[in-house]
Design a protein around this ligand. Structure first.
Ligand code: FMN
Length: 381
C-alpha cells in the first residue's frame, strides 16, 4: 500500500510504533513498519547505548525517537539546577508512605524506575522532562541515523526544529486538539500525530474518531497520523478513511513478548476490559490514561490525598514509588498488586494474548486488507 508517509519513509505499511522498549522498536521496523523509541525512560548515556543497539538491528531501515517537552512544568522545577527531589512536599511523601503501609509494600530507602530504565535513572527522570533535559536527549538522538524526532506535551522548541532540519530529520508533534495542531504546524512540525482520548499516556478529551478529520482538514497539506484506540487492522482502515496517512500505536506493544511491562502489570492488562482505564494526574502530574488501580483511586478519591503535584514532581514521586510497588508485586504482595499500574489506552480490552511484536504487525496488515476487501464488497454490491 502507498500513502505519502510510506513513500517518504520507504516503509511497507504506515504503522508507527511508539515504545520505550528497543526490542519493540527494532521488531516493528524490521517487520515493515516504523519503530519510535520513547527517550524519556533513559539517561543520555543509556539512550546512546539503546540507539546504538537499534542501529545494529535495523540495518538502515527507518526508525525515530520521541521526547517529552512539556509546554508548562512546575515553576520551581523549571529553575535551572533545581534539585527536584527537594521540591517534593513532606505531605506528598507522607501520603506515599501511608499507601505503602496500608497496602503492605516493602521497606524504605529503595529507588528505581518501573519498566525500561535502570535504577540509577530514577532520580533523574523528572529532569528529563524539563527543556534542558530533553535537549540533551535530542543531542544524543541526532548523532544516530534516525528518520524522525517526535515531541509531545507542547510545541517542539525552536532549537529542536532547527537542529532536526539541519540534520534533515522531520519533526512530528502529538496533539489532542485541533487548536494545538495549528500551533504545532506554526512551530515547524512536519507531521502531526492526532491522538484521541482513548490513547494510553498523556491524553486530551476528544475522541480519535472526532479529532482526526478535524485535524486533517485544519493542517492540510501537512500529513497526519491517527493515534489512540488503534490496535488492529480494522482500526487502521478506519483511520485512513478519516484522512490519516498512517497510524501511531502505543498500547498494543505493551503485551508483546518484547515489552518492558512489569509482569504483574502485564497480567492485569491481559485481563482488563476497555472500562478498566482512567485519565488521572496521579502518575505524572498531567492527565494520563492508565490502568485504574488502588494508586489512581487513592490519589484521586481518598479524603486524605493531598492531590497530585505538577509535572515533573509527581512523575518523580510516582516513578520511585511504583518501582518499589513493582518489586513487591513480583514478590507476590497482594496489596502491591492492587496498587500496580502503568499507562495504557482503552484498547487494553483487545489485548488478551501475549504475542511477538512482529506478529502484531503482520496481523494488522492482514486485518487491514480484509477490512478494505469488505468495504469494497459493500460498495460494489
Ligand atoms: C506506556 C505508554 C507510554 C507513553 N509515553 C509516551 C511518551 O513518553 N511520549 C509520547 O509522545 N507519547 C507517549 N505515549 C503515547 C503514545 O505515543 C501514543 O500516542 C498512544 O499510545 C497511542 O494510543 P494507544 O495507546 O491507544 O495506542 C505513551 C503511551 C503508552 C501506552
Amino acid at each position: 500500500m502507498r500513502t505519502r508517509l510510506t513513500e517518504r519513509f520507504g516503509v511497507e505499511f504506515p504503522l508507527f510504533a511508539f515504545s520505550h522498549c528497543r526490542d519493540v522498536v527494532a521488531a516493528v521496523t524490521n517487520a515493515g513498519g516504523f519503530g519510535v523509541l520513547g527517550a524519556v525512560a533513559y539517561s543520555a548515556e543509556r539512550l546512546d547505548e539503546e540507539l546504538t543497539w537499534i542501529d545494529a538491528q535495523v540495518g538502515g531501515r527507518p526508525y525515530g525517537v520521541d521526547v517529552l517537552v512539556p509546554g508548562k512544568i512546575d515553576a520551581a522545577a523549571a529553575v535551572p539546577g533545581a534539585r527536584l527531589p527537594d521540591l517534593i512536599p513532606e505531605a506528598h511523601r507522607d501520603f506515599v508512605d501511608h499507601l505503602f503501609r496500608k497496602y503492605g509494600v516493602g521497606g524504605p530507602g529503595e529507588t528505581g524506575v518501573v519498566g525500561a530504565g535502570s535504577p540509577e535513572d530514577a532520580g533523574d527522570v523528572g529532569r528529563r522532562v524539563t527543556h534542558e533535559g530533553a535537549t540533551r536527549l535530542i543531542d544524543v538522538a541526532l548523532k544516530h541515523p534516525i528518520d524522525l524526532i517526535a515531541s509531545a506535551l507542547g510545541p517542539p522548541p525552536p532549537e529542536m526544529v532547527e537542529r532536526a532540519r539541519a540534520a534533515g530529520v522531520p519533526v512530528a508533534a502529538l496533539v489532542g486538539t485541533v487548536e494545538h495542531a495549528a500551533r504545532q504546524v506554526a512551530a515547524g512540525a512536519d507531521i502531526i500525530v492526532a491522538q484521541g482520548t482513548e490513547a494510553g499516556g498523556h491524553t486530551g478529551e476528544v475522541s480519535t474518531m472526532v479529532l482526526v478529520p478535524q485535524v486533517v482538514d485544519a493542517v492540510a497539506p501537512v500529513p497526519v497520523l491517527a493515534a489512540g484506540g488503534i490496535a488492529d487492522g480494522r482500526q487502521v482502515a478506519a483511520a485512513l478513511a478519516l484522512g490519516a496517512e498512517g497510524v501511531w500505536c502505543g498500547s498494543v506493544w505493551l503485551t508483546t513478548d518484547e515489552a518492558e511491562t512489569p509482569p504483574a502489570v502485564k497480567r492485569k492488562m491481559l485481563a482488563a476490559t476497555s472500562r478498566d482505564t482512567v485519565r488521572s494526574r496521579s502518575r505524572t502530574g498531567k492527565p494520563a490514561r492508565q490502568l485504574r488501580s488502588a494508586w489512581t483511586e487513592e490519589w484521586d478519591g481518598a479524603p486524605e490525598s493531598p492531590g497530585p503535584l505538577g509535572m515533573p514532581l509527581q512523575l518523580l514521586l510516582a516513578e520511585e514509588a511504583m518501582a518499589r510497588v513493582g518489586r513487591a508485586a513480583e514478590a507476590g504482595a497482594p496489596g502491591a498488586r492492587e496498587l500496580a499500574n502503568y499507562f495504557v489506552g482503552q484498547v487494553v480490552g483487545q489485548m488478551n494474548q501475549v504475542k511477538p511484536a512482529r506478529q502484531v504487525v503482520y496481523e494488522m496488515i492482514e486485518e487491514y486488507a480484509d477490512a478494505v476487501e469488505r468495504l469494497r464488497a459493500i460498495t460494489d454490491s
